[in-house]
Unconditional design. Sequence first.
Lengths: 377, 377, 395, 395
Amino acid sequence: MDFGLSEEQEMLQRSARDFLARECPSTFVRALYTEPDGFSRELHRKMAEQGWTGLLVPEAHGGLGLSMLDMALLLEEMGRAVVPGPFIFSSVLVTLALMHGGSSAQKKTWLPRLASGEAIGTFAFLEDTDRIDAAGMTLKAKKTRDGYLVSGTKLFVPFAAVADVLLTAVRTSGRGEEGISLLLIDRATPGLSIKSLDIFDQTRRVYEVEFSNVVVTKSALLGTEGEGWKIMARLLDAAAVALAADSLGGAQKSLEMAVDYTKVRTQFNRPIASFQALKHLAADMASDIEPARALVWYAAHAFDALPRDASRAASLAKARLSEVYSRTTNRAVQMHGGIGFTWEHDMHFWFKRAKWNEFAFGDVAFHRERIAQLEGF
Amino acid sequence: MDFGLSEEQEMLQRSARDFLARECPSTFVRALYTEPDGFSRELHRKMAEQGWTGLLVPEAHGGLGLSMLDMALLLEEMGRAVVPGPFIFSSVLVTLALMHGGSSAQKKTWLPRLASGEAIGTFAFLEDTDRIDAAGMTLKAKKTRDGYLVSGTKLFVPFAAVADVLLTAVRTSGRGEEGISLLLIDRATPGLSIKSLDIFDQTRRVYEVEFSNVVVTKSALLGTEGEGWKIMARLLDAAAVALAADSLGGAQKSLEMAVDYTKVRTQFNRPIASFQALKHLAADMASDIEPARALVWYAAHAFDALPRDASRAASLAKARLSEVYSRTTNRAVQMHGGIGFTWEHDMHFWFKRAKWNEFAFGDVAFHRERIAQLEGF
Amino acid sequence: MDLTYSKEDETFRKEVRAWLKKNLPKKDKAISDLMPHDPERVKRSKDWQHKLFDAGYVAMNWPKEYGGQDADVMRQTIVNEELTLARAPGLVGASGLTMLGPTLIQCGTEEQKRRYLPKVLTADEIWCQGYSEPGSGSDLASLTTRAELVGDEFVVNGQKVWTSNAQFSDWMFCLVRTDPDAPKHRGISYILIDMRTPGITVRPLVQMTGDAGFNEVFFDNARVPRANLVGELHQGWMVANATLFHERNMLGSTTRTQLMMQNLIRLARSHQRYGKPAAEDPLMRQKLSDLLTRVEAMKYHSYRQLTDVMHGRSPGIGAMVNKLVGTELNHDICALALEIMNSYAPLKKGAVRVIDNGTWAYEFMFTLGLVIGGGTSQIQKNIISERGLGMPKSG
Amino acid sequence: MDLTYSKEDETFRKEVRAWLKKNLPKKDKAISDLMPHDPERVKRSKDWQHKLFDAGYVAMNWPKEYGGQDADVMRQTIVNEELTLARAPGLVGASGLTMLGPTLIQCGTEEQKRRYLPKVLTADEIWCQGYSEPGSGSDLASLTTRAELVGDEFVVNGQKVWTSNAQFSDWMFCLVRTDPDAPKHRGISYILIDMRTPGITVRPLVQMTGDAGFNEVFFDNARVPRANLVGELHQGWMVANATLFHERNMLGSTTRTQLMMQNLIRLARSHQRYGKPAAEDPLMRQKLSDLLTRVEAMKYHSYRQLTDVMHGRSPGIGAMVNKLVGTELNHDICALALEIMNSYAPLKKGAVRVIDNGTWAYEFMFTLGLVIGGGTSQIQKNIISERGLGMPKSG
């Protein structure tokens, strides 16, 4: 029984925190906020140098071959620093999809490039129904002699503008979980066009992707035709864990910023941190966050090591952290008083990120119902 | 537009408060807590002298002929004083049933006696399914030549041990809302037996009532056979308003007790009322209670004057006040510290009453769903 | 108790409604009246207030001699309700109407009243409030903006913050420190500052929504005539408190909240979650009902206060909770809208695929600002517990 | 990270489980181990602790020389988990084991250790805690129970309150004021009082549940030998703080909470609401999942702390939140059970028609008492914010 981090893991976290303090301070986040793509290829390259983009990639394909728990610890730090960019989608989701379902040719083509940061992937799955269940996957891929003809629209695709490849959930036949297939579609494919969807959280750019008779070769199929849901279900668990980890880091950072602010801000000739109401608010925030950390660790560990409990654990973490992150940033803004409500202060980066994380990949109600089903209530 | 109380109404409330301070102080409640029936015939008689038991009864039948709003104001005061006894069931529910559905003979027999306090009525409707909808009414009344033969069990019947007459919801035929009938059954009828159900709130005694081939004459039928649900639906609205009013008074009193206590209790050489955390808790309590008062007034007014909105208004008031009363007493206990948790302090009377009120006649979830239906969400 | 309106009031309401139907500029219809300002919009807003005033619908409860009608509160309430229901834009001169006006009527000289009040009514002069400073938020009385009396002028130095609309205001009513040696509440004066005075710099403070609404205002030896003093020298705290109290105890205006609730229900009926309208989801139904219950409570709570005021009674603690309860309620309504919309929630005004033009996310953030602005929840709770419940100051 | 137990630990767990199966008195099986005391039950409880001790399952982490086994925290955790899972009654000598014992081991004289510790382990002597007084709850250091040193004896006068189990305790470890002129933290001593000393009166304090658990204890010239002083004279605050801190930072024991949660799920599956099991109601499913999520969080949170302790690291702020989060969670679990049961909720133990023998309502109230007892939520929050987050004292 050892529910703790190894020395290597603690070191990973420390070095990530140092790196991000240096390479992605809030001034950097602020600068990217108004950049057209909200993405810094340079930061991505530097993270690749750290091994982060290849953290999950097996050593054989140029990565570090580390675990989901290691990734969660890294993502916690990235959440702290509210790092903008497609990291989760490229270095977690598309990477895992290739590892779990890719042919050796696909792995050979993409994994080294994703690991090195040379290529960026994203995951196109939502449609206008906004459903993350199998019934939501209706984008038609018509079978042709050489592959598929894809027509329709995917929505809210993260960082489509900078992605080289879109892992796209399509329907090749049937309904429900049967007949879903995953295609690796090059963004430059003719007929594929993207449109930016302007949202408040500018660290998470999303796009509408239109497929207009897009011709995709057979070699783009990831895994078996019609059996894409199995891989996708695994990706949704990974996404839940990843966002929970990001939320944990963000919540912890928001609490620290709020507490630090109250220690220096004075009113009535004393630091406002000495006001009982603010102290108790901070205590409530800490009481939310501390036990939640254990859920993130467990969910990440279960993803790798306890497959039978992985989905439930992912939902536990996502449900709780979604709630905790949003509530924490709301409180943190209030602890800052008026300044926390301004664009000039950094607080709003976390506030907006919390809301994005809350709704992406299943909101609180979605995951609670899923927990109920998995528990067999 | 006048959403306020008349001078008469304010006087009614003031005099009720004075009366109850004199006749039903907490020492009196405490004494009744351990009495076998939890009922004081003397207090009931005195309340009758005040006109309370006949408040709703038309003047022609010996009452004051006042409105539901007047009754709600009185019940608010009775909730403040956490008055033990069958008042709501006898002087509101059974009284209204007679007024709305009784034959002139039934009115003549019962209303003057209920108004004078000579007779006490109660309402037997719940069964082991604990449903307050029409489907929950299954107690069989078999038609005979002269009336009905009733067999089965009613549960949680308030103050059955001291009631002279039980307004009993029975099923004479059909399912759902069709085929429900209301019978006025004398408690002394052979075959009717009662058993006490011991609960924490000793101001609200409840009983299991067993009907073993109870012979009831035709004259006991209230309203039309098979159409009892119409009257009963009206009674359930009245009960919701009545409990909301009782809860309002109890919540207000709990807040006042808690605030008063913090003003005299000192720690660290100052009254604990000066601690910001307790002040803000008290402010939260007041913020719950103040707007809730308007809901009670509106629901009572709608019961009399706005029939089309009466059910919705009753559910609004019951849903909100159930929540507010329970939350308020919970906070009030905490503001008292350890002493609030003892039997020796009075606080627990309100704490327990709040929980009873919360669940009786539909809990929060029940009324919220009902609001959704009535609003046509 | 009588929830019907008198025939006169009903007739009046119909008149207002008809007038609005005819006169309300179509372009300004919006769910929200809290959208960012731009110069062209300011111009239109001033015209709109002027037009409303000419119709007799502004500051109706002011004394006749200062441009009002000595009308009872019901009349103004009806107008306000109809304005909200018609989704009319907020009045650009609101600070002047609700804060400066009542202060001048109560504490101003006759000359000041005649000079300033008429243009407050017509929005020919727009006013902003100069109270908060970077170093004094909840502890307002610790303000340090200095106004030294030199001859017949105050020389003002310092900084104000959170000044709504300063960028297009003509005047500021301002609290300044005139006696730095006196106890903090006794060295403050209330003065009126022409915003075109040399030495004044306005710097917009962008909100997290991305819009500029608040400003910082810097004073560098700005000279203000002594005649612009309201009330006695050093007595500004008392002068301001009259209107601060007024702000904190404003009759809860719940019409807007009711409108938001209606919009929320409409959204829940139309927006699908997992193949059916959100409003058919049992959990959403519970949440909608809970919010509706709280909205209805505030509606009747405001009727109760209106009745109190009409009968010359103080609504007491009932009015103290308005702001705390109301702003949190508005915020919660927006939060549920976001939950219903999920991935669509963060889309901004004008974005492809946006729902309700991004109002919900905008308002979600803006209402958080309202919880903070003009006295945080924390301060509201101090007021409720101290003034409302008689609990002692925290010392 | 490794969530499996070592072979040795697994073997040990099986041994404990087998032993419990064989030795646990059947009659004491109950969902709750918090039911009211009666003399016959006290006797059985003492026997039970003695038996457990003989089996080697009590205070295993104490030093060998004082009857422990120097065992690592994992062993004791396994025992505690198995005791809870087997629904064994709580240890009647818990105060002695968790509060007095560690204090004596740290601050007692060798003689005191040898005299008292063995009987703490076997429950031959039961201890109660004499800290709180009517006038000093959260401000514990303001206690006024006076102990005057007269010759070789303390003469004790005053009153303690909230003394659990005083009615059958043999001894009390007690904080008394020995120097009334010193600053409040510096005039307190920690003494051991024989409860049979003349001048001591115990008066039960009935809880809102109707059961007596707490007591008031009155001292009227009770004489206590000077040899019963633990640590230095007037240094009792420091002596006590070692164990107070111990109490507040106890490893969160979540096994009991997990058990409550399992029982809640069982209740939701079996109890019908409107024609179907509560667990099939979408709203109830949400609430159950929420609670389960919080229970699971506390479970893994306790594993994390256990790991920290095993590696000699302090769990820090993680441990400070245990009590606040845990007691509120238990209370919320009970609250949902009541909601599921509706009219059946307030039925008392033994009543006709009662469900789960009335445990839920009882625990609902009892857990409210726990939120209050041993440091209210308010005090817990002070500790978290001050010690955990470094925020200043409120002065």
